[in-house]
Design a protein around this ligand. Structure first.
Ligand code: A3P
Length: 306
């Protein structure tokens, strides 16, 4: 008798298991087998539109024309850019948040589109090259440079402007730049213009071919040729045209034209520079002569800097 009851219970248990498997099959439309079935077209659309890590980064230089370069690259249909500077690799608080946080700062893209971010603070920060390589050793790097003396004055002008806006005092440029009549090598804005020193650290980690140097002075004079070269470096089909740029006489710079919209960079770009005496400028140019030569050797080309 006991055996009959036990046998009946076993049969019921088996039938129940069989029934739940059938129900699961029915609910999933028969796709619970181990054979791969592609997702439906609507779910693949959502999977395709994602925030992706950058395939290219504009690493500097500060005041070199990084915003202009980013906005101009954004004219390309295969490029999406992070609008704000992310400062992931150079700010410890951000870096500690990890790659998921970094990715969350990026624009949404579809497969085949290139994500680009720019943070000029990366170039001169010693810890950054290795961190960028840890993320992706094949990432493409863009470095936009400009006459280092001009860059220094622009750098000073920006800090001066920020201090004045916050009603804080700030020393005149010559006071910061010169010590007892000589260039003060401790001045931070001067150090940021020593391109060869910073580039040397990047070249310890990345091959030269992975760093594309953009001529920031040429980008101001005539942006299109620099953009064409950048497209080539990024393996993008040529989509940016001379008609995407027009010279705005009020702004005194090129502005962008795309799909009937025109856009100039904001007033923080291209503002009048703080004054510097001819004598101090001469000293500055002399000071940069050797560092510039070293930089030219590193990049294998020269620039008409002072
Ligand atoms: P100035 O303000 O000294 O003229 P960044 O974006 O890296 O801060 O660089 C700012 C510099 O971009 C500006 O420096 C300006 O000269 C340069 N620039 C290049 N092309 C520009 C453009 N089309 N419009 C405005 N500024 C441009």
């Amino acid at each position: 008798m006991l055996w009959t009851v036990l046998l009946a219970l076993l049969v019921i248990l088996l039938l129940q298991t069989q029934l739940s498997v059938c129900l699961r099959e029915l609910r999933s439309g028969g796709s619970s087998s181990s054979v791969y079935s592609p997702p439906s077209s609507s779910s693949s659309f959502y999977n395709a539109t994602q925030q992706r890590l950058p395939g290219a980064i504009i690493i500097g230089v500060r005041k070199g024309g990084t915003r202009a370069l980013l906005e101009m690259l954004n004219l390309h249909p295969d490029v999406e850019v992070a609008k704000a500077e992310v400062h992931y690799f150079n700010v410890e608080e951000h870096y500690r948040r990890g790659l998921a946080w970094y990715r969350a700062q990026m624009p949404f893209t579809v497969p085949g589109q290139l994500t680009v971010e720019k943070t000029p603070g990366y170039f001169a920060a010693p810890q950054v090259p290795a961190r960028v390589s840890d993320m992706n050793p094949a990432v493409r790097l863009l470095l936009i440079v400009r006459d280092p003396a001009e860059r220094l004055i622009s750098d000073y002008t920006q800090v001066l402007h920020n201090r004045l806006t916050r009603h804080k005092p700030y020393k005149p440029l010559e006071e910061l730049l010169l010590h007892k009549g000589h260039i003060d090598p401790g001045y931070k804005a001067l150090q940021r213009s020593l391109y060869h020193q910073h580039l040397a650290r990047w070249l310890e980690v990345f091959p030269r071919e992975q760093i594309h140097v953009v001529d920031g002075d040429a980008l101001i004079r005539d942006p299109f040729p620099e953009l064409r070269k950048a497209e080539r470096f990024l393996d993008l089909p040529p989509r940016i045209n001379p008609s995407n740029f027009y010279y705005n006489t009020t702004k005194g710079f090129y502005c962008l034209l795309s799909a009937g919209h025109d856009k100039c960079l904001d007033e923080s770009k291209g503002r009048p520079h703080a004054p510097l005496s001819g004598q101090a400028l001469k000293k500055l140019c002399r000071y940069f002569r050797k560092p510039n030569k070293l930089f030219f050797e590193m990049v294998g080309r020269s620039f008409a800097w002072c």
